[in-house]
Design a protein around this ligand. Structure first.
Ligand code: C2E
Ligand code: MG
Ligand code: MG
Length: 398
C-alpha cells in the first residue's frame, strides 16, 4: 500500500521537486499552496508525512502547527524553509511540546540532497504492525480512549459519549482503529482488546460519575467478544468493581454481530439487556440482513451509518433512505442516532425527518478525556437542564 505525503508550500518549484523525490520513494503525493486549501479539503490531512513550509501568505507554519495539533494529527512533519536553523529549532521545539511528530528541518536549497536521510528512518515506522506487536501492546496497555459526544438534537443536550479506541505506539505514534482492528479481528485479539476498552471506559465513567456527570458511555462490541467463554461473569465482576450503573452503558453492535448471533450469543445479548445495558445496532444500512437483525434481537437504539448521513444534503435518495430508516426505527420504538453529522444542513434535515440523537464533527470531534472535560465544563452552563427546558416550554406556552 502507498503511503500518503502532503507538501504544504506555495513555492511551485519546491512542490515539483518534493513530489518527484517522494514519488521515487513510493509515496502518493498531494500538495496544498495555502491554508485555505487545507481547510477546504480536510481529506488532504489523511497523510503519514507532511513537508511544511514555514511562511504561507498571512499564515505562518506556527498557525498550521496549531491547526494540526487541534486535529490531533499523527503525521510526521518535516519543516522545509528558507529560515535560519535557530528559527527552525524553535518551531520544532514548539511542535514537540504540542506532542506533534517533528522530524526535523531541511533548508529549501538542500531538499534534493537531504530529503532521503529523513525518509529512511520513516520506512520502519510506516510498516504495518504485526500480530505479536499488537498482542504485546494490549498486554502493556498502549491504548487510550477518545470520547465523542452524542447529543439530543432538539434539546441540544449531551446525553452521552461513544468511546473510540486509539493505539499510542511508541514507534509509529497515534494509530486509528482502521490500522489495527482488522488485524485484531484476524488474529483473535478482539476479545482482550475489548476487555481493555471496557476497563478504560468504565474507569472514566466512574470519574465522571464522581463529579456528578451522569454520562451514558457507548462501547463498540465485536461478535467474538459476545461469544467468548465466561464473558457474562467477567462482565459482572468488572462492572461491579467500577460501581457502574448498567443503564448508563450502551453496547454498540455492528450488523455482523447480529448475523453471527445465534444460540448462545443471542442468550448473552438478552442477558446483558436484562441487566439494564442498552443495545445499539451500529452502522445500520451497511451490512446485510439488517431488517432481520432488528426483528431477532431486542435492540434499544439504531445508529444510521454515516455514509447515508454525509450525503443527505446533496443526494435525494440518501435523504429518502435516511427518512425511511428513521420512520422504521420509530415504529419499532427505538432511539434513532445519526452518526457523522458534519454540517448544519444535515442537522436540520435530520431533525425535520424526526431523528432524535446525533453525533458528528458538527458538534464535536472525538476528544481525549481531558479535552472532553474542558469541552463539557464549558458546555454545561449554557445548555438548559431538563428542568430549565420544561420551564422554558411553559413560558413559551403563555
Ligand atoms: P463507529 O463505531 O461507527 O464510530 C464512528 C466513527 O466515525 C469514528 O471513527 C468517529 O471518529 C467517526 N466520526 C464521527 N463523527 C464523524 C464525522 O462527522 N465525520 C466523519 N468523517 N467521521 C466521523 P474511528 O474512531 O476512526 O472509528 C472507526 C471505527 O472503528 C468505529 O466506527 C468502530 O467500528 C471501530 N472502533 C473504534 N473504537 C473501537 C473499539 O473500542 N472497539 C471496537 N470493537 N471497534 C472500535
Ligand atoms: Mg460505534
Ligand atoms: Mg458507527
Amino acid at each position: 500500500m502507498l503511503s500518503n505525503a502532503l507538501i504544504i508550500d506555495d513555492d511551485l518549484d519546491v512542490q515539483l521537486l518534493g513530489k518527484m523525490l517522494l514519488r521515487q520513494r513510493g509515496y502518493n503525493v498531494q500538495t496544498a499552496s495555502s491554508f485555505g486549501e487545507l481547510a477546504r479539503q480536510p481529506s488532504l490531512l489523511n497523510t503519514e508525512l507532511i513537508l511544511l513550509d514555514l511562511g504561507l501568505g498571512e499564515f505562518t507554519g506556527l498557525d498550521i502547527l496549531d491547526y494540526l495539533d487541534d486535529l490531533r494529527l499523527n503525521a510526521s512533519i518535516l519543516l522545509i524553509s528558507s529560515c535560519s536553523k535557530e528559527t527552525a529549532a524553535d518551531v520544532i521545539a514548539i511542535g514537540e511540546a504540542k506532542g506533534l511528530r517533528m522530524l526535523g528541518f531541511i533548508p529549501k536549497n538542500r531538499l534534493l540532497t537531504d530529503l532521503k536521510t529523513f525518509l529512511e528512518p520513516l520506512k520502519n515506522a510506516l510498516k504495518a504492525p504485526t500480530q505479536e506487536e499488537l498482542a504485546s501492546a494490549i498486554r502493556s496497555k498502549q491504548f487510550f480512549l477518545m470520547y465523542q459526544p452524542k447529543q439530543d438534537l432538539k434539546q441540544r443536550q449531551v446525553i452521552g459519549v461513544e468511546a473510540l479506541v486509539r493505539w499510542q505506539d511508541p514507534e509509529r505514534g497515534l494509530l486509528s482503529p482502521d490500522s489495527f482492528i482488522p488485524l485484531a479481528e484476524q488474529s483473535g485479539l478482539m476479545v482482550p482488546l475489548t476487555w481493555l476498552v471496557l476497563e478504560l471506559a468504565l474507569a472514566q465513567q466512574a470519574k465522571w460519575q464522581a463529579r456528578g456527570w451522569s454520562l451514558n458511555v457507548a462501547i463498540n462490541i465485536p461478535a467474538a467478544f459476545i461469544q467468548s467463554e465466561g464473558m457474562l461473569e467477567a462482565f459482572d465482576r468488572l462492572t461491579q468493581h467500577h460501581g457502574a450503573l448498567l443503564s448508563n452503558i450502551t453496547l454498540e453492535l455492528t450488523e455482523s454481530v447480529g448475523v453471527e448471533c445465534l444460540g448462545y450469543a443471542c442468550h448473552v445479548l438478552k442477558a446483558l439487556q436484562q441487566r439494564g445495558c442498552q443495545l445499539s445496532l451500529d452502522d445500520f444500512g451497511t451490512g446485510y440482513s439488517s431488517l432481520s437483525q432488528l426483528h431477532r434481537l431486542p435492540f434499544n437504539e439504531l445508529k444510521i451509518d454515516r455514509s447515508f448521513v454525509s450525503s443527505i444534503d446533496q443526494d435525494k435518495d440518501a435523504l429518502a433512505i435516511t427518512a425511511s430508516i428513521i420512520d422504521l426505527g420509530k415504529r419499532l420504538g427505538l432511539k434513532i442516532v445519526a452518526e457523522g453529522i458534519e454540517t448544519m444542513a444535515q442537522h436540520t434535515l435530520l431533525v425535520e425527518a424526526g431523528c432524535t440523537v446525533g453525533q458528528g464533527h458538527y458538534f464535536a470531534r472525538p476528544l481525549t478525556a481531558a479535552d472532553f472535560d474542558a469541552w463539557f465544563s464549558e458546555y454545561l452552563p449554557t445548555a438548559p437542564t431538563p428542568q430549565q427546558q420544561s420551564m422554558l416550554s411553559c413560558c413559551k406556552a403563555f
